[in-house]
Design a protein around this ligand. Structure first.
Ligand SMILES: *Cc1c(COP(=O)(O)O)cnc(C)c1O
Length: 370
């Protein structure tokens, strides 16, 4: 029998949130809700849906390969992405952008571009579970630095950098805790990162952040730093099912990643949908608004129930528990509410529509152990 590489067989698999249909099949129930994968509860922008419908016709061009260069989407992104600060605002150019089949795939491409067996990547713990999988897939070593107060401990993370370190991953906001590291902390951290180490700023929840001290990381690109900023259309833009995200980095980083990302790595539907979604400011505004209202509602009711939670800058809430998270997870499942466990003693809940949030609270109230 063929054997996988040893470092591949050591990888712990990614466990996705349970799909609603699967739960309903298993339990024979209906009207379940999924608050497990940080998806946009409003759905995609109607304008994005229109764009996809146009493709689904005889002359829509689905017999053709997608535009490998992602010309229109990259142009639109470059129009929108401006270096901030100091009054001077310059555009990011298209050759500083790479598109990916979800930003997950760009994590993978970055790792394959810059790491080999024995190389190290520094990351927080708990943080995004895909980082150690990507690192493990090339035989790299993940150095996991515990969070402090549910936030990345950037001092400890910079202390963890060695000669072997190639990448530092910072999820900002962090998944699963929803916390951010602020401008001045990031600034001090960047001062301490030696040359030759790529800082991956994973900003998957960028659009949701309300804190005015959230860093503008594009500034580090202008300063010529080795930084890769990752964003996605899967979360606030509601296009998780189409798989499209993007990375912003110096041209020299992008051109190397471009070589191995694989041809046609983003599909035609994803490209047109993302392009239209990007221009639908109204839908994005509604998305953020419903998230803010959901946060307020959940904070208030969780507070009233005496349940601890970590205030979030994203579209999900982390709750540290005193009891087994699996028990809460299973009890909620039985009522048709899907959430996520984070380790043995915490859960993560996506902020949903107001009705869904209410349903989650009602289900929670029925759990006696809490
Ligand atoms: C959801 C998420 C992503 C990316 O998801 P894609 O769907 O692959 O774009 C990346 N990083 C974090 C921290 C996430 O939570």
């Amino acid at each position: 029998m063929i054997k996988p590489l040893q470092y591949v067989s050591r990888i712990k698999p990614y466990v996705p949130g349970k799909p609603v249909k699967e739960l309903e099949r298993e339990l024979g129930i209906r009207d379940s809700i999924k608050l497990a994968s940080n998806e946009n509860p409003l759905g995609p922008s109607p304008k994005a849906l229109e764009a996809v419908k146009e493709l689904l016709s005889a002359d829509g061009g689905l017999n053709r390969y997608p535009d490998d260069s992602g010309y229109y989407l990259k142009n639109a992104l470059s129009e929108r992405l401006l270096f901030g600060g100091n009054g001077s605002r310059a555009k990011i150019s298209s050759d500083e952008i790479i598109l990916g089949n979800g930003s997950n795939s760009l994590i993978d491409v970055a790792v394959r571009t810059f790491m080999g067996p024995g190389d190290e990547a520094v990351m927080g713990f708990p943080s995004f579970v895909f980082y150690p999988i990507a690192v493990g897939s090339v035989g790299g070593v993940s150095i996991e630095v515990p969070l402090v107060d549910y936030r990345h401990d950037l001092t400890a993370m910079s202390d963890a950098i060695t000669e072997k370190t190639k990448i530092v991953f910072i999820a900002n906001p962090n998944n699963p805790t929803g916390t951010i590291n602020k401008r001045d902390e990031i600034e001090r951290f960047m001062e301490r990162v030696p040359e030759g180490v790529l800082v991956v700023m994973d900003e998957a929840y960028y659009e949701y952040v309300r804190d005015s001290e959230y860093p503008d990381t594009l500034k580090y690109l202008r300063e010529g730093r080795d930084i890769l900023i990752l964003r996605t259309f899967s979360k606030a833009y509601g296009l998780a099912g189409l798989r499209i995200g993007y990375g912003i980095a110096p041209k020299t980083v992008i051109s190397e990643m471009d070589k191995i990302r694989g041809p046609f790595n983003t599909n035609s539907a994803a490209q047109v949908a993302a392009l239209r979604a990007l221009k639908d400011d109204e839908h994005l505004r509604r998305t953020i608004d419903i998230n803010e209202r959901g946060k307020d509602f959940l904070y208030k009711d969780l507070g009233a129930m005496g349940i601890r939670y970590v205030p979030t800058e994203a579209n999900f809430i982390y709750m540290p528990l005193n009891i087994e998270s699996k028990n809460i997870y299973n009890a909620l499942l039985k009522t048709g509410v899907i959430i996520r466990t984070v380790g043995p003693k915490a859960i993560r809940v996506t902020v949903g529509l107001l009705e869904e949030n209410r349903r989650f609270i009602e289900s929670l109230k029925k759990i006696k152990e809490l």
